[in-house]
Design a protein around this ligand. Sequence first.
Ligand code: NAP
Length: 464
Amino acid sequence: MAIATIDPTTGETVRTFEALDEPEIEKKLQRSVEAFRRNRRRSFAERASRMRKTAEALDRRQNEFGRLMTLEMGKTLKAAVAEVKKCALACRYYADHAQEFLADEAVPTEAEQSFIRYEPIGPVLAVMPWNFPFWQVFRFAAPALMAGNVGLLKHASNVPQCALAIEQAFVEGGFDAGEFQTLLITSEQVQRVVEDDRVRAATLTGSEPAGASVASGAAKRIKKVVLELGGSDPFIVMQSANLAEAVKIGVQARIVNNGQSCIAAKRFIIHRDIADEFEKRFVEAMNKLKIGDPLEETTDIGPLATPQIVTDIDKQVQRSVAAGARLLTGGKRIGQRGNFYAPTVLSNIPSHAPAAREETFGPVASMFRVKDAAEAIAVANNTNFGLGASVWTSDREEANRFIDGIESGQVFVNAMVASDPRVPFGGVKHSGFGRELGVYGIREFVNIKTVWIGRIGAGGTETE
Ligand code: NAP
């Protein structure tokens, strides 16, 4: 894919970029090794001061950075500005907590002293998607840099200006050039970087094929990988739920980020006793959404990020209808210009239809009916993915059944699935492995070093 800013609202190519050539990549890799020597020696207080200044840079430039996201991938400006604020929050969270998360941990043994020490490992490559161009990067970079590592970013080809702006924000925060670098490279050039021995680990957020490719490159060179891949999150509504709230949040959970979120609610699994009413209210709410210019304050849904995404989602809808699904609303492109797609609701979906089996990355809600909690759990788990799940019930025991029964990285009860710096985020099954955020996120890219001290001066023990 060409590295370029193409405005999804108009289709206009705004700016193009040349991919780095081999000598330029080499220079950046060498620079990251030197930068690691510096950052690993800094105290937590020194890193935290830089991270807080980075947060200030984000606060100061939130409108400018927000506009850049809207320009490159079409999310509404209000969502984009909120995203920049969330990045500043993550910077401050890790500035405040990194030292405590990575402090030496004593382990009682027969040794005179034994403890665990967390040490940085070196340059980490992050391959990132366009859908949350700032947030996806910061939730990797804030903990990684606070741990003493350095970052190399290969961002999606359609958000190059966001990628460069993130690098600038870290430099404004006082990190040296080299501690966080953007590599403007194509996906074909990623393998060369993954396989370079100076790069000590990799993290990828994106699709399964990209994840598999980066993970196999890393495996060849024996290095750690974290994968945050797709999702087909269930949104389960039982009879005891507050229906009005479930409909309102359900619509939000589906159209968040113009429908292009890994943790968007994609499959609505509704108890049959309330399914007619839920569908009716849901369709009414979807039909009221305002689609249009993402810069306008009143817009609910902007354009999808690329023409290809519109083509893909439309094909999934048409193939599902051909397989027997019923189209309750939408199911078509909107306008002559830009990547707009109508909010869509499908019901009566056969289990082999794309809307049941595949991730739908756009404003398309798929409705399923179930007779009880056991069937709801079975339908929820009938997917290769396992990222998030949202469950709506006012029965505590029923809630516990869902919490135990659903195979996913996170379960939210009477709330929409969301990421939060304080709690870990990640998936099971084909949604990936490893965790970001919280204490677990900062411990992904560290050497967990066991230190065992017998009696100093009395010789060591001889057991393995
Ligand atoms: P994608 O095509 O996999 O792209 C993601 C990144 O990987 C981009 O930087 C892309 O570069 C690069 N890439 C693509 N193919 C590659 C390969 N063979 N080797 C190395 N790098 C490669 O993903 P997408 O379609 O843009 O993003 C949407 C997907 O991301 C959805 O499945 C969504 O659910 C998932 N996602 C997951 C999370 C999570 O936290 N679990 C969060 C957000 C999104 P180019 O742009 O140059 O191709």
